[in-house]
Design a protein around this ligand. Structure first.
Ligand SMILES: [Zn+2]
Length: 331
């Protein structure tokens, strides 16, 4: 399927109806040969005639007798179990691809024409897709640092407080939002990865370092003692900031990761206003994704997102573990 677009108008012209979207996804997922998502047989399935408003949508029934289950290309993907048209999901993927700092569910709801609750759900499902499934090890010169995100609103300096109405600010002050620690690992001229961690002890930080950074790489950190243990396997440099002295020796600094923290914090406050610790890892992943794909075109981003749509499925109850388990109703 020939497909190029330069802007949202060309994008919408191409994905003009549900049928086109289904066929596009089928090409991406199956390359023309439908595979049953229930039993994985590639035996040619029966074509099922869909009814009502789904009349145009390619639907199948597995021809393997022991299975015989119905499916479409949505089955087993993040698009499964949602009443929202595939076309809107595609538009949402596009909107997320072009946003530099993420998009709030209120904004997404307006742009694709769904309720805010539905947009929130779509946003989180798509965000779950942004996680790299088979990440490569970071290598070369690595900057590592930890930071706190969140914290008690009333303890923040006035300039850091989220701007809200007086009434909601009063309410906020009563909410204790625990400060959440995030570990950041940044390869110079490469990718960044961030992890929500319970504390900055060696037994918490170093296994993550080892899992993400190639041995013998050069690691630059602040004077935190936890990292010293890494010297066995890495070229570790710790820089001491004495009070008021931020001069750096050559390229021995952590300026890039510190710069990244300010983008992350501004983005979270500016776009999302408030992120609960429970969802912070996913927001962090989204920011890292935007940073890591800063030289990728929108079209490449969109295609990569669509390719990731299978096998990274997030259910509504995974998003809201504290709420009663009821079936997700969308729209
Ligand atoms: Zn089957």
């Amino acid at each position: 399927m020939d497909f190029t677009f330069k802007n949202i108008s060309e994008f919408n012209d191409f994905f003009k109806d549900e049928k086109t979207c289904y066929e596009f996804l089928e090409t991406q997922r199956w390359n023309g040969v439908p595979v049953c998502p229930h039993c994985a047989t590639a035996k040619k399935p029966y074509t099922v005639k869909a009814r009502g408003k789904f009349i145009d949508i390619p639907s199948y029934r597995c021809s393997e007798r022991a299975c015989s289950l119905p499916f479409t290309v949505r089955t087993g993907s993040i698009f499964e179990g949602s009443k929202v048209e595939l076309r809107k999901w595609f538009q949402a993927s596009y909107e997320i691809s072009i946003s530099k700092k993420g998009i709030s569910s209120v904004e997404l709801a307006t742009r694709i024409g769904v309720s805010q609750k539905t947009a929130w759900f779509i946003n989180h499902r798509l965000r779950a897709m942004l996680t790299e499934t088979a990440p490569e090890l970071l290598t070369g010169t690595i900057e590592v640092d930890e930071t706190f995100v969140g914290g008690l609103e009333k303890n923040k300096h006035i300039s850091e407080k989220v701007k809200r109405s007086k009434i909601s600010r009063k309410l906020d002050e009563k909410i204790v939002t625990p400060k959440t620690m995030v570990l950041g690992i940044l390869q110079r001229d490469g990718k960044v990865r961030t992890f929500v961690v319970p504390n900055r002890q060696a037994d918490v930080l170093n296994p993550i370092m080892r899992a993400n950074v190639e041995t013998d790489s050069r690691i630059i950190s602040d004077a935190l003692a936890s990292y010293v243990e890494l010297r066995k396997d890495y070229n570790h440099i710790s820089i001491k900031h004495t009070v008021g002295d931020y001069r750096t020796k050559g390229d021995e600094h952590t300026n890039n990761i510190e710069g990244y923290w300010s983008i992350l914090k501004r983005g979270i406050i500016g776009t999302f206003h408030f992120v609960s610790p429970q969802h912070l890892q996913r927001y962090c992943d989204e920011f890292a994704h935007h940073y890591n794909t800063r030289t990728t075109t929108t079209q490449e981003k969109f295609l990569a997102a669509i390719k990731n749509a299978h096998g990274n499925r997030l259910k509504y109850r995974d998003l809201t573990p504290n709420q009663p388990k009821k079936k997700a109703t969308l729209k």
